[in-house]
Design a protein around this ligand. Sequence first.
Ligand SMILES: *[C@@H]1O[C@H](CO)[C@@H](O)[C@H](O)[C@H]1NC(C)=O
Ligand SMILES: *[C@@H]1O[C@H](CO)[C@@H](O)[C@H](O)[C@H]1NC(C)=O
Ligand SMILES: *[C@@H]1O[C@H](CO)[C@@H](O)[C@H](O)[C@H]1NC(C)=O
Ligand SMILES: *[C@@H]1O[C@H](CO)[C@@H](O)[C@H](O)[C@H]1NC(C)=O
Ligand SMILES: *[C@@H]1O[C@H](CO)[C@@H](O)[C@H](O)[C@H]1NC(C)=O
Ligand SMILES: *[C@@H]1O[C@H](CO)[C@@H](O)[C@H](O)[C@H]1NC(C)=O
Length: 205
Amino acid sequence: MALSWALAALSLLPLLDAQSPGCANLTARPITNATLEQISGKWFYMGSAFRDPEFNHSARTIHAAFFYFDVNHTDDTILLREYLTIGNQCVYNSSFLNVQRENGTVSKYEYGKENFGILLLTKDPELFMLGFSLKDEQHKGLSLYTRKPEVTQEQMTVFHEALACMDLHKSEIAYTDEKKDLCGPVEKRHKEERLKEQEADTALG
Ligand SMILES: *[C@@H]1O[C@H](CO)[C@@H](O)[C@H](O)[C@H]1NC(C)=O
Ligand SMILES: *[C@@H]1O[C@H](CO)[C@@H](O)[C@H](O)[C@H]1NC(C)=O
Ligand SMILES: *[C@@H]1O[C@H](CO)[C@@H](O)[C@H](O)[C@H]1NC(C)=O
Ligand SMILES: *[C@@H]1O[C@H](CO)[C@@H](O)[C@H](O)[C@H]1NC(C)=O
Ligand SMILES: *[C@@H]1O[C@H](CO)[C@@H](O)[C@H](O)[C@H]1NC(C)=O
Ligand SMILES: *[C@@H]1O[C@H](CO)[C@@H](O)[C@H](O)[C@H]1NC(C)=O
């Protein structure tokens, strides 16, 4: 739920109204191997604004979240491993996302339905955004992800400008707070387990 895919039906092109110059850059672009390279690895979920009531609610239950994208360039899938802090516990989950290179979207099956998010990149390689249902007043939404657990002022400005392009307001944002993260120990345990597996593999090989 952290990435808030559920219920987010994507309404198609045209994407965002290019009223201001900053908005022109906020369009879906075809996803290339270089794009996939750029979004690989660890990210922090910093916040989102959702008109969809259920999304809005679910975003507000997440106090902190980070995740890993393991990209497969051959079959255009992304293994998502997410660490969500919900209430006073860490919830770990893994699943696969599909990449639609042509239309610049990533999607996830959830609740028997494929939900699409438009990948929005900017000049800053340390952030990306996902746009949902951009043209649907009742359901549109935007989420912000950064490489570091703190958002810089510039990054926040990028996010705020993108929200403005979608006619969403700053006051609609649900932020996460890295200080509330409870998943550190779980991630540490997973890293140790992987290391052991690798060592075992090496020993066998
Ligand atoms: C839009 O993208 C172009 C090309 O990447 C860049 O030169 C320009 O500065 C960007 N404009 C804004 C407002 O980010
Ligand atoms: C989102 O949730 C907050 C807090 O519950 C509420 O104040 C706000 O009106 C909700 N927004 C929408 C669009 O449902
Ligand atoms: C992207 O990567 C895959 C797997 O490495 C490769 O088969 C494919 O040719 C690459 N595509 C381009 C356009 O370089
Ligand atoms: C990527 O996908 C291909 C095709 O499904 C598969 O053969 C390969 O093992 C996958 N690579 C990794 C690293 O999972
Ligand atoms: C984990 O992900 C799967 C597949 O998306 C989903 O069905 C399941 O409800 C998730 N579990 C939790 C605890 O979020
Ligand atoms: C994106 O492209 C895929 C594959 O061509 C297609 O199945 C999907 O419906 C498209 N999604 C959107 C939102 O355009």
